[in-house]
Design a protein around this ligand. Sequence first.
Ligand SMILES: *Cc1c(COP(=O)(O)O)cnc(C)c1O
Length: 338
Amino acid sequence: MNLARFPRIRLGHMPTPLEPMEQLSRHLGGPRLWIKRDDCTGLSTGGNKTRKLEFLCADAQAQGADMLITQGATQSNHARQTAAAAAKLGLDCLILLEDRTGSTDPAYTQSGNVLMDKLHGAQVARRPGGADMQAEMEAVAADLRAKGRRPYVIPGGGSNPVGALGYVNAALELVAQAAEMGLRIDHLVHATGSAGTQAGLVAGLVALNSGIPVLGIGVRAPKPKQEANVLALAERTAAHLGLPGLVRPEHVVANCDYVGQGYGIPTEGMVEAVKLVAQKEGILLDPVYSGKGMAGLIDLIQRGQFTKDQNVVFLHTGGQAGLFGYPEAFGLPPDIAA
Ligand SMILES: *Cc1c(COP(=O)(O)O)cnc(C)c1O
């Protein structure tokens, strides 16, 4: 496998740190917990989409694009990082935001990631929940092409075989880092949504014959659908790498027991996990992805899924900007007023 064959533009700070979470491990009574800080990729407060955008933006430039179009939920971290990448590369950016939660809290509809999309100069348009967002983007792109523009359309979450190369790259980085530290990784756990992160990690870790199993904690779809989405994209990513047939169904595992009422809707477990990691490790998780991912990891630990001497790495995929869209979920601002 030779990732250097694929065009890439550097947008992030890499390698991201791989650090122990000693207080949290002690608090939970084992296993040994580690955190891979992909919230520290740097671009506009960072997050996992930056790795995907390194390959997607290079593809956009190779195709002569003059603007990026993408879509996501109102508090999309992907939209924010795409807006920042476009700004850095001198491209225009159009973002379609889908109202997936129905929240009318102005903090949700205007602050957090939405504020940052606009600070980066992106044009933001809204669509109702349940809209066919890919079709909406294609329609807008066709209009712009008719006017002489050259838009590059990035799917939601940047999840296609080009974007997933960013997480093949992360797999290479993680395995090299662990080897240097003498760390035997027994499990890698992270939040999975549009599937590109897990698909890239699985393709990369299997290609390396690393033996590291990946567990995706779902934030939206039920398990059969999530696993099918990840598997399909992992297979396409492996084929794109020149390794067709590499990924098998047993390589793809998702646990979707921690979604709660739906995508972007807070759960009690998420709130507890965000507070616990903030107070034990000084690390901020996010309400939509990493908070639910960590809630799942904590619950699985409490159910005895891991042994005390195992090393479990939690991939922090970022998203803290979304905290400012959810003050009420954390009991704020009433607490502040008190
Ligand atoms: C998008 C996102 C994820 C999920 O990654 P996918 O590649 O979409 O599965 C996880 N965490 C955060 C903070 C995200 O923004």
